[in-house]
Design a protein around this ligand. Sequence first.
Ligand code: SDX
Length: 429
Amino acid sequence: MSETVKIILEGKEIELPVILGSEGEKAIDINKLRDLTGYITLDIGYKNTGATTSKITFLDGEEGILRHRGYSIEELADKCSFLEVSYLLLHGELPTEAQLKDFEDKISEHTLVNEGLEAMFKAFPTGSHPMGQLSSMISALSLFYPKSLNPHRDEDAINRTVIRLLAKMPTICAMIYKKRHGHPIVFPRNNMDYVTNYLNMTFGQVTEPDYTPDPVIVSAMNKLLILHADHEQNCSASTVRMVGSSQSNLYSSISAGINALWGPLHGGANQEVLEMLEQIKEDGGDVEKWINKAKDKNDSFRLMGFGHRVYKNFDPRAKIIKKACDDVLEKLGVSDPILEIAKKLEETALNDPYFVERKLFPNVDFYSGIIYRALGFPTDFFTVLFALGRLPGWISQWQEMRREKQPIARPRQIYTGEAPRPFVAMKDR
Ligand code: SDX
């Protein structure tokens, strides 16, 4: 494998170094391209551009492979708790029993939110979007912990911020769910594990102190959070890195990531999946008609929950979630016409040349939306659950960027606007 590549530009030959990843990925290092040639590269949407090297997650879209720190997503989802995987992402190694216990204990000390933050939360309009509430609450944490605002000087302050975020995120997510239903907040219980505690704060009631979530639901939620934990340089993780690269604090970087995830082409897709299924049901359930709309170039309709920027094979997470989906629906005895439409949509698309040729398989959002609906979450809450799972991944990406002392992210552009022209006074316009 050559260590360099040669490029001939305007008759001049230059050599650029080649970067080889530990899984055989190859890149041309263009750090010196502009100095050597005056040229930059242009790759709108960064479809072919690496923003960083990273040791956290490896994806192979062609082979449908997803690994965190070298461990396969299949094994992690099957054998770990969400906090074990969070520890792995943050520290690079699976925790020993003692390390996990210490991690869990530290998190359980910080699960409550400041009363002042709760007062702010109470002012949010009842019908406001859960993702707007979540990003506001996470950003507002920076107001209550001023010592956490300088992320590059105090490692202990950063570690406290990491623990606070992991601890308070489930509490805040549950508060948002309770607000939607006009129910009183259920406080965290430190005798419960992370996922059971979240489900208790969400579905438990202050009048029902002995609520115990169904173990099938706890297992499904644990799996769902693990499957969403990290996904290398996706839109929201890149946003977290971009904001953090200016040496902004971790709360504001995570809040920015939540806002990026809100978008319907990214994390908002699971909400869009259910809204699409509702639309098809309201329209009479004619799946063929909607498949044809998705294929019609003159129709802006896209099949939400299908396709992926990286996976040109089945999203490995979708395979695992599909199994969990079937288990939950069977356990809950849910028979929902929406879910029947989803299965028919999946079966039709997987056998249609348009989708097969473009390798548009169901992605993680297609099935997660179905499970969340079966669990009773409102549709516009689904992306909050995506953010709850993605939090340790975002933090890990931010930590890696910071520890490697990466420079502030500042892409260039190619200007295609007006040539220089004289100013025109208002009276002459
Ligand atoms: C996530 O990056 C990550 O890692 C994200 C994520 C994570 O864990 O962080 O995996 C989570 O965001 C999953 C993706 C969720 N989004 C959706 O489900 C929205 C619907 N899907 C898309 O809009 C689309 O597939 C994207 C945005 C996901 C990917 O788009 P690309 O890679 O930019 O593909 P493209 O837009 O260039 O499309 C290629 C072709 C086009 O047709 P042609 O011009 O070649 O004829 O496929 C078509 C597109 O029109 N196409 C679709 C389609 N997705 C792509 N046609 C119909 N329905 C779709 N869903």
